[in-house]
Design a protein around this ligand. Structure first.
Ligand code: PRP
Ligand code: URA
Length: 241
């Protein structure tokens, strides 16, 4: 299945459209619980690097990490905050906010583990659980092998990590695991780098109360259920190629 690829003039705002190149940008989705990162020149340039089949592993890791950092920073904006007023060293008060509640990360192994470092950099000593789900290479159906989650996961906001959402099978299975451990659906935030339109829609429709933050919704899936144009196998490119 394939959507027509939307395109947009990309470049700094002070430049007029005819001075800017056109690039393919994210497909929009009509689910209000799916948040797509702003399609800035920086994000599009980073995505261009990691989509390129000629990008070597070191560069793939470097540029993926930059996008993942943007996802984590944006994801944190989706967690609730409460009023918090402090005193500054010059004796004035400042009415600010602080995060409410405890969080943890849960990565869908293997590729999701690539997102743990950025989460640790933003949330000091954050607890991280793991769920090992692998897609069958022939059928693309997910299989659950292992899970290890913080004991009090049900009392935490969960940042679920997986860079690729293709059919959505793996992410659906991971959310079922979290819900079976007592995590309320509306306490789950799924951070994702590239989604297919069908994966994003299946997932958002099945779990209307959780939130998805993604960098890009792509055109579709190919006959092997790979995302297109996509970037190939994320786990292989990040860990082994
Ligand atoms: C990839 C990816 C997702 C899943 C997406 O993992 O990281 O977990 O496929 O596909 P889906 O939406 O159709 O389920 P894979 O099972 O290939 O394992 P890996 O992380 O070890 O590469
Ligand atoms: N997993 C990946 O790494 N890439 C895809 O395109 C689909 C699943």
């Amino acid at each position: 299945s394939q959507n027509p690829a939307p395109s947009k003039c990309v470049g700094p705002e002070y430049r007029s459209s005819n001075e800017k190149p056109t690039a393919t940008v994210s497909t929009e989705v009509s689910y209000e619980n799916v948040h797509i990162l702003p399609q800035t020149p920086q994000l599009i340039a980073l995505l261009t690097m990691i989509r390129d089949k000629n990008t070597n592993r070191a560069d793939f890791i470097f540029y993926s990490n930059r996008i993942i950092r943007l996802l984590v920073e944006e994801g944190l904006n989706h967690l609730p905050v409460v009023e918090h007023t402090i005193k500054t060293p010059v004796g004035r008060s400042y009415s600010g906010v602080k995060f409410e509640g405890k969080i943890c990360g849960v990565s869908i192994m293997r590729a999701g583990e690539s997102m743990e470092q950025a989460l640790r950099e933003c949330c000091r000593s954050v607890r991280i659980g793991k769920i090992l789900i692998q897609r069958d290479e022939e059928t693309a159906k997910p299989k659950l092998f292992y899970e290890k989650l913080p004991e009090d996961v049900a009392e935490r906001w969960v940042l679920l990590l997986d860079p690729m959402l293709a059919t959505g099978g793996s992410a659906l299975m991971a959310v079922d695991v979290l819900k079976s451990k007592g995590v309320p659906e509306d306490h789950i935030l799924f951070l994702n780098l590239i989604a297919s339109p069908e994966g994003a829609q299946n997932f958002a429709a099945k779990f209307p109360k959780l939130r998805v933050v993604t960098a890009f919704v792509d055109q579709g899936l190919d006959e092997k259920n790979y995302i297109v144009p996509g970037l190939g196998d994320f786990g292989d490119r990040f860990y082994t190629m």
